[in-house]
Design a binder for this molecule. Structure first.
Ligand code: OSB
Ligand code: MG
Length: 374
């Protein structure tokens, strides 16, 4: 595959409803879409960085800078056999996994189109439908959260995850658990607690939670190993895991019993497959996390979730939960039993709506191999 052009577009999209986590409230998204053309075939990727560095250290603007000044100039004009050759070419760029992931994943879409197979198959996936759960933002009071949970359960979602932070935790979880004694329920703290809060977090043990996601510092695997030995609830690491080495470290330190894989956070499909393999080999279940993506990112998440290690429902839900109108055709839909059917068309299996993307675009940058040919 000769990488002939790379185009970045920043699209701005308003969320249907604000989404509150322990690190802030998100009302609208600034998302970078990546289109790569190789051997005349177009592929799409999405950069999952947030607008602020509250989840991890990347932002929409750091990703724009890193792709524009380092990733695109390195790749343009290069010929590679497989999208999986991409990480080696980008190895000199430290960190910035989300920036690299947006570009690498577009190449995976191209490769699947060239081969005429769904991306899920190119990745080695085996499932033809994936289990879907939802992540619910922090609410003003427990009763309003209980109402939201009920709506999502009626739509069929298989697992409910509640965002928590100090002061908005025990009462909320207790209210939901009381109303729904048997559902798969988990919590996500996005690094809002400290090891000194262990006794407080142990209170959550009584609610039979599937997991407690990323309670402690975003970059501290060791502290999670100390906490896991003090609580019964399984810890799931999100923010801490940027690659397969981190996953192995966390597993060997017994810092978690579950891992959430996010494509952007680990740098793209190549590394995500390695994380899945490490976890599967050590009998650690994985599931696909979400970053309030457009349909392009959702499509990549669906393809990844077909790998054998993804045995728990993910945070990949219907387009209409987030967007009045998504930028792909068809939109992502969820069945009454809470599953997403894996597309059988080639590539990501959803078409990017160019007209709509054009209307939402606020800036572009592009590279073409003709211009850089020596
Ligand atoms: O920690 O999983 C997270 C959204 C933004 C940043 C971090 C997280 C989330 C979510 C949303 O939980 C999941 C989704 O996209 O539905
Ligand atoms: Mg999380």
């Amino acid at each position: 595959m000769k990488i002939e052009s790379i185009t970045l577009r920043e699209v701005q999209m308003r969320l249907k409803a604000p989404f509150e986590t322990s690190f802030g409230v998100s009302h609208h998204r600034r998302i970078i879409l990546v289109e790569v053309i190789a051997d005349g075939v177009s592929g799409w990727g999405e950069v999952t960085a947030s607008e602020t560095p509250g989840y991890n250290s990347e932002t929409t603007d750091t990703a724009w800078h890193v792709i524009s000044d380092f990733v695109a100039p390195t790749l343009i004009g290069k010929t590679i056999d497989h999208a999986s050759d991409c990480p080696a070419l980008l190895a000199a760029i430290r960190g910035h996994e989300m920036a690299k992931s947006g570009v690498e994943n577009a190449l995976w879409d191209v490769e699947a189109h060239i081969k005429g197979i769904p991306l899920s198959k190119l990745l080695g996936g085996t499932l033809d439908e994936v289990a879907s759960g939802v992540s619910l933002g922090i609410r003003e009071n427990p009763p309003s959260l209980v109402r939201r949970v009920e709506e999502e359960l009626l739509s069929g979602y298989q697992r409910i995850k509640l965002k928590i932070k100090p002061g908005k935790d025990l009462d909320y979880v207790a209210a939901v658990r009381k109303q729904f004694p048997n559902i798969l329920l988990s919590v996500d703290a996005n690094s809002a607690y400290r090891l000194e809060d262990a006794a407080h977090l142990r209170e959550l043990d009584q609610y039979n939670l599937l997991m407690m996601e990323q309670p402690l510092n975003w970059d501290d695997i060791y502290a999670h190993s100390k906490l896991q030995s003090q609580i019964k609830t399984a810890i799931c690491l999100d923010e801490c895991i940027n690659n397969a080495r981190h996953a192995l470290t966390a597993i060997e330190l017994k810092a978690c019993r579950i891992i959430n894989i996010k494509l952007g956070r680990v740098g793209g499909h190549s590394e995500a497959r390695r994380v899945e393999e490490v976890c599967r080999t050590h009998s650690i279940p994985v599931w696909c996390g979400g970053m309030l993506e457009t349909g392009i990112g959702r499509a990549h998440n669906i393809a990844m979730s077909t790998l054998a290690g993804f045995t728990l429902p993910g945070d990949v839900s219907a387009s209409k939960r987030y967007w009045a109108e998504d930028i792909i055709e068809p939109e992502v839909e969820v069945t009454a039993k809470g599953t997403i059917l894996v597309p059988k068309k080639s590539g990501i299996g959803f078409a990017a709506c160019r007209d709509r993307i054009e209307k939402l675009t606020v800036r572009t940058n592009s590279w073409s191999s003709q211009l850089t040919a020596a």
